[in-house]
Design a protein around this ligand. Structure first.
Ligand SMILES: *Cc1c(COP(=O)(O)O)cnc(C)c1O
Length: 340
């Protein structure tokens, strides 16, 4: 038994999901003739109360396309210093869109309306890049699955409106936030101009992200996706997995959150742990006491077939997910308690 807590992307399709994949009706999605992709896009747009949706192979490509739709070369976007779009998309912001990032020193990957306002370059001052977009992340990845207060998002929206800025949400784990806080999908659809939602994280599909937006903004999305090499053919097999995930694997995210909380609470009272970040969803970030070596700790876990992530700068990360069972959970907690 391998207990893989490195990421919620390590899950395999369940038998129900495999059945959905095997029985999917497909067509050529580049011609928009794949009925299952069309159904997934329609379902997601309706769920979030947004005009339209487009299926992408990855979250990075969906975010990169969104940034392209909102900006022109030489412009600048505002994001937290830990943002996925800045740290983990290979520098795509500059490569794909010719855009720079104004990094904000937020808390656990989240920024405030006040910080956004202070980060906007004066539009008449032609020496500095024109600010055109704000990118938020919910839940935050590097911030340990932290969730925004929707009230703060509404304030950020006001700042964006007043300053003519687009507002994009990297919602790779948005369903985790919505389940954890008992929120309404349409509340998000009503405030953001574009939203990306990953089906391959906690939701457990093998691949796929949906980008949501208004007709006006998304008009060019299919062209941008093509340019990025993301046009896919009989991809309804994977859209079927996404549909299955949305129908059957959303409510159970609660279980992942509960187990993450139990891991967090256990770590918090162990003598060799220096600090555990607050745990709101399925990610637990913690630090060992200074005199301990992270690699020794990780090797010791590895010998017991337990895998976790090293995020650098002393951060260790555990992510719970669909394939992390109660049996694995019990064994992991016992291993943590027994560690010397
Ligand atoms: C995983 C993730 C993405 C997308 O990653 P891909 O591997 O390209 O699917 C985007 N944003 C955040 C916050 C993520 O955690």
């Amino acid at each position: 038994m391998i207990i893989d807590l490195r990421s919620d992307t390590v899950t395999k399709p369940t038998s129900g999901m495999m059945d959905a994949i095997m029985s999917a009706q497909t067509g050529d999605d580049v011609y928009k003739e794949d009925p299952t992709v069309n159904a997934l896009e329609q379902k997601m747009a309706t769920l979030f109360g947004m005009d339209t949706a487009l299926f992408f192979p990855t979250g990075s490509m969906a975010n990169q396309a969104a940034i392209k739709l909102h900006t022109q070369p030489s412009e600048q976007l505002i994001c937290d210093k830990w943002a996925h779009v800045y740290n983990y998309e290979g520098g795509g912001v500059s490569f794909n869109s010719g855009v720079s990032c104004k990094l904000v020193d937020g808390v656990r990957g989240m920024i405030t309306a006040k910080q956004v306002l202070e980060s906007i370059n004066p539009p008449d001052f032609y020496h500095s890049p024109l600010t055109s977009l704000v990118c938020l992340e919910n839940t935050t990845n590097k911030g340990g699955g932290a969730c925004y207060d929707i009230e703060e998002i509404l304030k950020i929206k006001q700042v964006c409106k007043q300053n003519n800025l687009g507002l994009h949400l990297d919602g790779a784990r948005l369903m985790n936030a919505i389940v954890a806080n008992n929120e309404d999908t349409k509340a998000y659809g009503g405030v953001f101009d574009t939203i990306s939602v990953c089906l391959s994280k906690g939701l457990g599909a093998p691949m796929g992200t949906v980008l949501l937006g208004s007709n006006a903004l998304m008009k060019n999305a299919i062209r941008v996706r093509k340019v990025l090499g993301g046009g896919m053919r009989q991809i309804g097999f994977m859209a079927a997995a996404g549909l299955y995930a949305m129908d059957h694997q959303v409510a159970r995210l609660e279980i992942d959150h509960q187990r993450a909380k139990e891991i967090s609470d256990t770590l918090a009272i162990l003598p060799y742990i220096k600090m555990v970040e607050p745990t709101q969803t399925n990610i637990v970030i913690f630090y060992l006491e200074d005199h301990l070596n992270q690699n020794v700790f990780m090797d010791c876990l590895a010998k017991k077939n337990i895998r976790i992530s090293n995020m650098g700068h002393g951060k260790l990360r555990v992510v719970t997910h669909h394939d992390y069972t109660q049996e694995m959970h019990d064994r992991f907690l016992q291993t943590l308690i027994a560690y010397k």
